[in-house]
Design a protein around this ligand. Structure first.
Ligand code: NAP
Ligand code: FER
Length: 335
């Protein structure tokens, strides 16, 4: 075991897109577990869009990260020592342990991972928070039916790539929107999406969606917001369901965008828009993980991971993810 614990802390509150200088790598002693606690060595760190919000000095469902505090976030790690009857040395666990190489925990909120089911990194992706977001956000909030047209934005990311595949499993026609030609080709060729476009090289989103959704849009799973979402609103069908999962196009803006006012489309189409947090489904996580694992095993669900190496590269991996450099789930492997 190393003698020091390398940690990434918040050095400054970002203005616009975060930059490397907003983070600081520090070294502290490896923590010593107290009575009833366990010591965990991190193997994979998760970097997620929600962390951008936690870097602002705004209270949300959890308090913001303070300057000098270790960046919060999901981790998969190995138990090195345990004084807790529920965990043994060698167990693989997942929990909110933050961007650091070692952490102690009293076991609360930690989930034991079975490495036989799937690679352990999936506990931060398809079999973890993003997978549950896709599963409940699509099936519960949008109730997609066979034959309906489902549009998903942020379609090549951790959540979006799973949303599209679940919609295909349910017999829907799926249209995905993402930011590179490689991503949109991957969605069609590897994941079975019916149509896709690259929003960075498309001028008129409305016209493109009209072409790709000749029967209109029944379900919209929104990961991005902004102009893409405005175009979708203009093409929804009667009784459409829209789930607001994320609005990543807005997270790094210095000034809030004033967009077109399109809520009237909801009146005419008697449509429903619902925001959700994956945590509201906590009492049903087991159901979601079981179903996603089953689809994985049956080969009906594929997943991609983009893996950066070393904790020192976590800030760059996070910034890169916010700018679209990832396909599938962005992770950081701790060697
Ligand atoms: P992700 O999609 O793997 O990564 C973020 C992606 O966002 C990037 O790869 C990039 O892809 C895209 N993006 C960045 N800026 C954009 C812009 N201005 N316009 C359009 N797309 C942009 O991340 P994720 O973890 O799966 O999260 C996806 C969304 O779900 C996020 O909005 C996140 O906040 C939300 N989320 C919500 C919950 C919840 O409980 N509600 C839980 C998890 C995630 P491109 O190359 O396509 O631009
Ligand atoms: C996310 C975006 C936003 C997310 C949570 C939130 C778990 C919540 C934000 C808030 O409460 O302000 O991707 O994922």
């Amino acid at each position: 075991m190393a003698e020091t614990n390398r940690q990434i802390t918040l050095a400054a509150r970002p203005v616009g897109y975060p930059k490397e200088s907003d983070f600081k790598l520090i070294e502290t002693p490896v923590p010593v577990p107290a009575e009833g606690e366990i010591l965990i060595r991190a193997l994979y760190l998760s970097v997620d869009p929600y962390m951008r919000g936690r870097m602002n000095d705004v209270k949300s469902y959890v308090p913001p990260i303070q300057i000098g505090e270790v960046m919060g976030g999901g981790v998969v790690g190995e138990v090195l020592e345990s004084d807790n009857p529920h965990f043994q040395e060698g167990d693989i666990v997942e929990g909110l342990l933050g961007w650091q190489e070692y952490a102690v925990s009293n076991g609360q909120g930690l989930r034991k991972i079975d490495p036989e089911i799937a690679p352990i990194s999936t506990a931060l992706g398809v079999l973890g928070m993003p997978g549950l977001t896709a599963y409940f956000g699509l099936l519960d909030i949008c109730d997609p039916k066979a034959g309906e047209t489902v549009v998903v934005s942020g379609a090549a990311g951790a959540v979006g790539s799973l949303v599209g595949q679940i919609a295909k499993i349910k017999g829907c026609r799926v249209v995905g929107i993402a930011g590179t030609d490689e991503k949109v080709a991957y969605l069609v060729n590897e994941l079975g999406f019916d149509a896709t476009f690259n929003y960075k090289t498309t001028d008129n989103y409305y016209q493109k969606l009209q072409e790709q959704c000749p029967g209109g849009i029944d379900v919209y799973f929104d990961n991005v917001g902004g102009e893409i979402t405005d175009a979708v609103f203009m093409l929804i069908n009667t009784k459409a369901r829209i789930s607001i999962c994320g609005q990543i196009s807005q997270y790094n803006l210095e000034k809030p965008e004033i967009g077109p006012r399109l809520l009237w489309t909801l009146i005419v189409k008697q449509a429903r828009v619902e925001g959700f947090l994956v945590f509201q489904f906590a009492d049903r996580y087991a159901e979601g993980i079981l179903q996603m694992a089953r689809w994985l095993k049956e080969g009906r669900l594929k997943y991609a991971e983009d893996i950066a190496e070393g904790i020192e590269n976590a800030p760059q991996a996070f910034i890169g993810m916010l700018k679209g450099q990832n396909t599938g789930k962005q992770l950081v492997r701790i060697s």
